[in-house]
Design a protein around this ligand. Structure first.
Ligand code: GLU
Ligand code: ZN
Length: 302
């Protein structure tokens, strides 16, 4: 199948709360990179975990994107509706003998970070009563990024046998994101650098499922004054429709290495974005994996 465009990018928020300045920074960077390359920019709602997703945040996040002038192409894809594709992928892995059932609970694992395969040879069934884990192959996976330094990971040692489908049937992030990116024909992924260390897992799944590998660009994540990634858990202030768009947009653009002009602050978002596109150059994005922006009340607390 011919791709629709040589650049297809995406923003993939989880509807677990309102967007905050950090998620908006990611949306903005992926939008600019797509548009600067004459590409498509798609929106995917990652509502795969029903316990952490709520319908009202889908609408809220979309209104926020529109408010900041970040208009996407096509209709947003809802990840939970992609389930048949996720099941197909699991079937393929099952046929390759890569999956096994696991009965371990969090308490039996006692905080063990890397699962070393306790249930691997127990022959437990792949059903709703068990986690479905991948028997991680002993391979080294190398990952390249447009700004971060390349590296390789020994996936069996660094990650162990991760869960792809949780007891009860919920698919996990790495499986869903890998399958959905391929299904949408995503060629370029721009997202927060917190996901860069886990990218080998997605590259491995691409190999096993025979899917193309997109190009990656991981941008710094915004942190609060304590150095913690802005997130709902850390009570990062929401950005929404009632937030004056131009000042925050300008702050975020300059965090991405774009030289802004004072008069932009008073211009409509579409005009600001057009200026930004003329100056977009990913080489100017700070190389760090995190960044603290002292946001003013008017920028962060809307
Ligand atoms: N839903 C994920 C998040 O919000 C998206 C990660 C990705 O872009 O791959 O963190
Ligand atoms: Zn187990």
């Amino acid at each position: 199948m011919q791709p629709r465009s040589s650049y297809i990018g995406r923003f993939a928020p989880s509807p677990s709360g309102p967007l905050h300045a950090g998620s908006l920074l990611t949306a903005l960077a992926s939008f600019l990179d797509a548009r600067a390359n004459g590409g498509l920019w798609l929106l995917r709602i990652e509502d795969i975990d029903p316990e952490r997703s709520a319908e009202r945040w889908i609408a809220h996040q979309q209104e926020t994107l529109r408010h900041f002038g970040l208009l996407w192409d096509d209709q947003a894809i809802i990840q939970s509706r992609q389930r048949p594709l996720h099941e197909d992928a699991l079937d393929q892995l099952r046929q390759q003998g890569m999956l096994y059932g696991c009965l371990c609970s969090r308490s039996t694992l006692q905080g063990q970070k890397i699962y070393t395969g306790h249930c691997r040879h127990l022959g437990l069934p792949l059903d709703d009563a068990h986690h479905w884990r991948i028997a991680m192959p002993k391979v080294s996976i190398s990952c390249e990024d447009r700004v971060q330094p390349a590296y390789s990971a020994a996936v069996h040692k660094d990650f162990g046998d991760i869960i792809l489908r949780r007891r009860g049937g919920v698919m996990t992030y790495h499986l869903a994101v890998t399958v959905d990116d391929a299904a949408q024909g995503i060629t370029h992924i721009v997202r927060g650098a917190d996901l860069w260390p886990e990218t080998p897992l997605q590259c491995l799944l691409q190999k096993l499922l025979d899917l193309p590998q997109p190009r990656y660009l991981h941008i710094p994540v915004l942190t609060d004054h304590l150095g913690r990634k802005l997130s709902k858990q850390n009570r990062a202030p929401a950005v929404g429709q009632d937030c004056p768009a131009a000042p925050l947009l300008c702050t975020l653009l300059s965090a991405l290495g774009i030289k802004i002009e004072p008069q932009w602050q008073h211009q409509p978002v579409q005009v600001i974005l057009k200026h930004a596109l003329d100056r977009w150059d990913p080489r100017n994005i700070p190389r760090s994996t995190s960044l603290h922006l002292p946001l003013h009340e008017s920028e962060g607390f809307c």
